[in-house]
Write a protein that binds this ligand. Structure first.
Ligand code: 13P
Ligand code: SF4
Length: 302
């Protein structure tokens, strides 16, 4: 990364009064150029507390959209407008309305990996860091409909010991990791702990020593007395894990777990975004107002 490019980014950040947020999966140079890195929950909280005029969101579209819902007064930019999340597109508003009609008594909980329209149709939003806590606030005798991630929903259901109506969505990146990959990694590194994201297949989750969101993984691995870890999530996560734990060793479950959308952000595109004030992420006010209710109920949980 050239110093000139980074200097230009710093200059623009100052001129625009911008804050740069980057997800833990972003490329190393993007994470290094950010003011804050984190998981979906942490970045939502950062967005909620910033007084910057511009939020440059280095992640995928639903994350920038969540920031736009929380911060209607600020301009939210995404460096590459094609950075979407395939899982978020696995449920449409029309489909969810039909499902809600089938289960009129159900509380609808949406994973933050969903569009603004889906959040607007939901009672509560959650991330992988707080899904169990959020669903736990719903009375035990009320049915729960969880969209769109069947893996996270099934894992939360197991933790809570309750039935949840699951939507058949999934993350194509996390579902690339198979039990045989975990088996092979354990054989190669018998002393390593296996730490996976709840978006993984149930069979993979069942083989793990610990299940956590991306920031939960960072916390767990730095606090653990273990020195070797097999990581079951998008491979970008290895960068912050290695960076923050230079004395520990991290192996991916498989190199196949790559999210091409997360990799679309580059420092060049970040500079272009602040120069041109593009690409703006905006949510129609009526949709944003309804979506915000579901997000606020999550953020209020602390
Ligand atoms: P986290 O909230 O754990 O960072 O996960 C976001 C995501 O998209 C995982 O694939
Ligand atoms: Fe979406 Fe999966 Fe990429 Fe996360 S890793 S942004 S859930 S496709």
């Amino acid at each position: 990364m050239s110093d000139a490019l980074l200097d230009r980014l710093t200059e623009l950040k100052h001129d625009r009064n911008a804050v740069i947020l980057a997800h833990n999966y972003q490329q190393p140079e993007v994470q290094d150029a950010a003011d804050f890195t984190g998981d979906s929950l942490g970045l939502s909280r950062q967005a909620a507390s910033t007084d910057a005029d511009v939020i440059l969101f280095c992640g995928v579209h639903f994350m920038a959209e969540t920031a736009a819902i929380i911060c209607p007064e600020q301009t939210v930019l995404i460096p590459d407008p094609h950075a979407g999340c395939p899982m978020a597109n696995m449920v449409t508003a029309r489909e969810l309305k039909a499902k809600k009609a089938e289960h009129p008594d159900a509380a609808v909980v949406c994973y933050v990996n969903s569009t603004a329209e889906i959040k607007a149709l939901s009672d509560l939003c959650c991330t992988s860091a707080n899904a169990v806590e959020v669903i736990g606030t719903i009375p035990a005798d009320q049915p729960v409909l969880f969209v769109p991630d069947q893996s996270l929903g099934a894992w939360a259901a197991k933790q809570l010991g309750r039935d949840i109506i699951l939507w058949p969505g999934y993350c194509p990146t996390h579902h690339r990791m198979l039990p045989e990959h975990v088996e092979a990694a354990r054989k190669a590194h018998p002393d390593a702990e296996v730490v996976v994201h709840p978006e993984c297949l149930a069979d993979v989750v069942a083989m793990a020593d610990h299940v956590a969101s991306t920031s939960g993984m960072l916390r767990y691995c730095s606090e653990s007395s273990g020195t070797e870890f097999i990581i079951g999530t998008e491979t970008g996560m290895l960068y912050p894990l290695r960076n923050q734990n230079p004395d520990k060793t991290f192996y991916p479950v498989t190199e196949l777990a790559d999210c091409p959308n997360m990799k679309l952000t580059t420092v060049q595109k970040m500079v272009w975004a602040l120069e041109d004030m593009e690409h703006r992420v905006e949510v129609p006010p009526a949709v944003a107002a309804d979506a915000r209710r579901a997000i606020d109920r999550m953020l209020e949980l602390g």
